[in-house]
Design a protein around this ligand. Structure first.
Ligand code: ASP
Length: 371
């Protein structure tokens, strides 16, 4: 008690002293503005999306299909841009853009995912927050409508980075993510392509999935895919930079058509198909997943930026056009940095892609002779 009192007395004396000092220096302070902390650097938001790389040629795709792809890519980029323009986070923008592409049967993710050799849709996805290196991923899921949201739930609502199969879907249900019958993901065009591929390879054709609609006419995408069936990767992805200067990346896929059940590609592998760190860059990849895993493509690009001082474009080109090609892998990436560098590159004839910077025009691209 006595000690407390004596401490209070000391504090009061200090206050009194401090008060005297303040009075003494107040006139000076009024004349010389106190230095203010620098305002946070204003970042201009940016977003890029992709819908897969591969043998995508003008002559095979045709103007109608090309316009359909561009419209979908535009819609996805706009969904992300809307989030960013209203001050939302890069993470929210990435998820919003990818959800649009997952719902679009043109792309190999969510509805429209390719089938495994057993006639099932086994989807993989991942997301990463460059501001804190948090990451989430799922593989072999088949009941959660938006695998990208499931990957995000793993990141934010579980102690894990990666979950697989029915356990991951069940977790999605528990945290309130929309669950659907597996037939939700069925599309006639993907089914017919699977049947053709299995017949060509002399492999058994599984029965038409339960709950699938009765066989109907093919949609135009079937004709497109037929022309380049085995060398088309329809994975989707997005990278974004928000006004706070944070970056994020995400990727979602049905994997490779006719894959052995249980096969997992690069898309849900942090560092291979997806990576984001505010210290370097954000990357989402598409291509022959096994090579992307072996090279750790996404992290490799960011390493070159972070530790070798390369520009983002140099780093992406080095990994895709030198390191990946040396292994005979193919595909591409979209990437961006917190300081606003944007890059995309691919060693295939095409990659479905779109991008927009704050205040700029939304651009789409498909072929390799476009900017
Ligand atoms: N990278 C994906 C995978 O290997 C395929 C794709 O990009 O479409 O599963």
């Amino acid at each position: 008690m006595g000690r407390e009192n004596s401490m209070m007395g000391k504090a009061m004396r200090v206050c009194v002293l401090a008060g005297m000092v303040v009075v003494a220096i107040a006139p000076l302070a009024a004349q010389q503005p106190a230095p203010q902390p620098a305002p946070p650097a204003a970042h201009h938001w940016a977003i890029q999306v992709h819908g897969g790389a591969g043998v995508i040629e003008r002559s095979a795709l045709g103007p109608q299909a090309s316009a359909a792809y561009r419209a979908s890519l535009t819609q996805a980029a706009e969904a992300g841009a809307k989030v960013l323009d209203s001050g939302g986070s890069s993470l929210d923008a990435v998820e919003a853009a990818i959800k649009v592409l997952e719902d679009d049967p043109l792309f190999n993710a969510g509805r429209g995912a390719v089938f495994s050799a057993e006639g099932k849709n086994e989807m993989d996805s991942s997301i990463m927050d460059g501001s804190n290196l948090m990451a989430g991923a799922v593989a072999g899921v088949g009941r959660t409508r938006h695998p990208i949201s499931l990957a995000r739930a793993v990141m934010e609502k579980s102690p894990y980075v990666m979950m697989i199969g029915p356990g991951a879907d069940a977790f999605g249900g528990r945290v309130g993510l929309e669950q659907v019958d597996p037939s939700f993901f069925f599309t006639e065009s993907r089914w017919q392509n699977l049947v053709k591929q299995l017949q060509k390879d002399g492999r058994p054709v599984p029965p038409r999935p339960a709950g699938a609609p009765p066989p109907g006419p093919t949609v135009p995408v079937a004709q497109i895919d037929e022309s380049a069936q085995s060398r088309r990767y329809g994975t989707v992805g997005a990278v974004a930079l928000d006004r706070q200067g944070n970056i994020a990346a995400g990727t979602s896929t049905g994997g490779m058509q006719g894959k052995m059940p249980g096969r997992v590609g690069d898309s849900p592998i942090i560092g291979a198909g997806t990576y984001a760190s505010n210290a370097s860059c954000a990357v989402s990849a598409t291509g022959s997943g096994e090579y992307f895993i072996r090279l750790g493509v996404a992290r490799e690009i960011c390493n070159l930026v972070q530790f070798k001082g390369m520009t983002l474009q140099q780093a992406a080109d080095q990994v895709i056009h030198k390191e990946l090609e040396t292994l005979h892998g193919d595909g591409g990436v979209i990437a961006l940095t917190p300081d606003g560098q944007l890059a995309w590159t691919f060693n295939t004839p095409g990659m479905f892609r779109a991008r927009q910077r704050e205040g700029g025009k939304l651009e789409t691209g498909i072929y390799n002779d476009e900017p």
